[in-house]
Write a new protein. Structure first.
Length: 213
C-alpha cells in the first residue's frame, strides 16, 4: 500500500509540472502478470509402490521376535510452473495394524490371521533439494514451532516442508527428497499364528501436498 501511495503522488506532481508547458510526446509503460495458484506435478517412482517382492515365511520368527527386512529408497520429485512454498502431511491408512506402538514413527503393514498384525515400517526423509540446491526440512504438529533437520522420520499427520537450517520455509519450482522405508516383520504370536498361506503385505500411506504463493 505504501508503494501505491508514492506512485500516485509522483504522477500528480508530473501533471502539475506540465500544465505550464506544451504537451510533450508520451508513451505508456505497462506492467503485466498473473497471480494464481501454481500448478505442480508430483512424481512418485513406480506409482509410489515400494515392492518388497516375495518373502519366505521362514523369515517370520516364533513368539514376539521381529525380523528386519532390507530397506528401500526412492526419490520423489515435485515440479511447479511458478515459484511456490511446498508443504505436506502423511496419513497412515493402516495405522491400526502397527505391531509396535512404542513410537509414533511406526506405520502399519496390514493384518493377517484375522486381527493379527504383520509388522510395521518406518519412512525416513533425506537428501532434500530445492531448485537443485541442498536444503533442510522442517516438521511440526498442527500447532507449535517447527524443527529443522536434514533427515526426518515421517510421522502420521505431522506437517513437513522444505526450509533452511532455522526451519524457515524455502520457496522454489523444483523439489525433491528421498523416502526410505525400513520394514519389519512381527513374530507368530503378534501375527495370531504361523503363516499357512500366501499373505499380502499391505502398508499404505497417503501423502497430501500443499502449495502456496
Amino acid at each position: 500500500m505504501r508503494m501505491h501511495t508514492f506512485k500516485l503522488a509522483l504522477f500528480t506532481s508530473l501533471i502539475l509540472s506540465v500544465t505550464v508547458q506544451a504537451a510533450p510526446p508520451s508513451a505508456e509503460l505497462k506492467v503485466k502478470g498473473k497471480i494464481g495458484v501454481p500448478n505442480c506435478t508430483v512424481t512418485a517412482p513406480n506409482g509410489g509402490i515400494y515392492d518388497l517382492g516375495k518373502i519366505s515365511a521362514t523369515n517370520v520368527k516364533s513368539g514376539t521376535a521381529i525380523t528386519a527386512l532390507p530397506t528401500m529408497t526412492k526419490t520423489w520429485t515435485i515440479s511447479c510452473d511458478a515459484t511456490t512454498y511446498l508443504s505436506y502431511t502423511s496419513i497412515d491408512n493402516r495405522l491400526t495394524s502397527v505391531s509396535d506402538t512404542s513410537t509414533t514413527r511406526n506405520h502399519g503393514l496390514g493384518n493377517i490371521n484375522g486381527t493379527g498384525k504383520i509388522g510395521f515400517y518406518t519412512a525416513t526423509l533425506s537428501n532434500p533439494r530445492v531448485d537443485g540446491n541442498s536444503t533442510s526440512m522442517y516438521y511440526r504438529l498442527s500447532t507449535g514451532a517447527a524443527t529443522a533437520g536434514t533427515s526426518l522420520y515421517l510421522v502420521d499427520r505431522y506437517y513437513y516442508g522444505f526450509s533452511n537450517a532455522s526451519a524457515v520455509a524455502i520457496a522454489g519450482k523444483s523439489f525433491s527428497t528421498d523416502i526410505t522405508i525400513a520394514p519389519t516383520l512381527a513374530g507368530t504370536t503378534t501375527m495370531n499364528g504361523p503363516i499357512t498361506e500366501d499373505a499380502n503385505i499391505d502398508g499404505s500411506m497417503t501423502m497430501n501436498f500443499s502449495f502456496g504463493i
